[in-house]
Design a protein around this ligand. Structure first.
Ligand code: C2E
Ligand code: MG
Ligand code: MG
Length: 255
């Protein structure tokens, strides 16, 4: 961290049920550029950092960077793009979590609605009572919670009805084979039904092809994130997506 080997990348999420896909938010994803080992994927070091406790500092850094980026985009483009950050299962037990987030928002003059919080489903299953408490309190302060990797953990359907959440992020594993496997597509439809029952939108992750995109659109999925639209990008490249979105909006209002 001190040597600035970590960088935050951003991957766009698009709302897809309108006439054209609309840029609606982004996810902040950490990248480690190690001087000898090169780029190390978070899938490799996040589980290690969760074991050795370093995750708290890393996540704090990511939240700070993401908040500063939202502020920079607001100042540069007059455009408020909410960014979701990943909240590790370890952060849930941090007694200062709310205070840390509040202070970051204050420094960057942001509203809690602009920093979305992603919590992985398996954390819910492991520590349900602590999570309900933490998440309920965060929601009372105005934060919105997205349940990440939904369908990969072992949470019970019963838990879902008591769990306060604002969106479901469908695990990538479901999307991979929806075009080939009728069973996988049926599972996605079932999750969309559950989300409709809970009255929350569904975000599909890992959408790579036009075919997957069309299937999900027809099935009624609200938001899509994946290589089909864009890989996670460094902020200077993400700027181009914002510029394109603003140009599309301008074009539409002139139509
Ligand atoms: P996640 O939060 O579920 O993030 C989505 C992952 O899917 C990202 O992997 C993203 O690059 C990848 N992805 C997005 N679209 C596609 C696609 O179309 N195809 C494929 N094959 N992959 C796609 P990434 O960046 O390697 O991150 C892996 C996991 O590491 C994340 O999963 C998250 O659980 C964790 N992570 C990443 N950054 C942070 C962080 O700052 N803090 C914490 N606590 N965890 C993080
Ligand atoms: Mg995530
Ligand atoms: Mg996920």
């Amino acid at each position: 961290l001190a040597e600035k080997q970590f960088r935050v990348y951003y991957q766009p999420k698009y709302r897809i049920q309108g006439k054209r896909p609309v840029l609606t938010s982004a996810e902040a994803l950490i990248r480690w550029f190690h001087p000898e080992r090169g780029m190390i994927s978070p899938g490799v070091f996040i589980p290690l950092f969760e074991k050795n406790g370093l995750i708290a500092r890393l996540d704090h850094y990511v939240w700070q960077e993401a908040a500063a980026q939202i502020r920079a985009w607001k100042d540069q483009y007059g455009f408020s793009l909410p960014v979701s950050v990943n909240v590790s299962r370890i952060d849930i037990f941090n007694p200062n979590l709310e205070e840390e987030l509040r202070s970051i928002l204050e420094t960057c003059r942001l509203d809690p609605k602009e920093v979305l919080l992603e919590i992985t489903e398996s954390a819910y299953a492991d520590h349900s009572s602590q999570i309900v408490e933490t998440v309920s309190s965060l929601r009372r302060k105005g934060f919105q919670i997205e349940m990440d990797d939904f369908g990969s953990g072992y949470s019970s359907l019963n838990m879902l009805t008591t769990m306060p959440i604002d969106a479901l992020k469908l695990d990538m594993g479901f999307i991979r084979n929806i075009c080939k496997s009728q069973k996988d597509f049926r599972m996605v439809q079932l999750v969309l039904d559950i989300a409709a029952f809970l009255e929350v939108p569904v975000i599909a992750e890992g959408v790579e092809t036009e075919e997957q995109y069309m299937l999900l659109k027809d099935a009624g999925c609200d938001v899509i994130q994946g290589y089909y639209f864009s890989r996670p990008l460094p902020p200077e490249e993400f700027n181009l997506l914002i510029e394109k979105e603003l140009a599309d909006r301008k074009g539409q209002s002139e139509e």
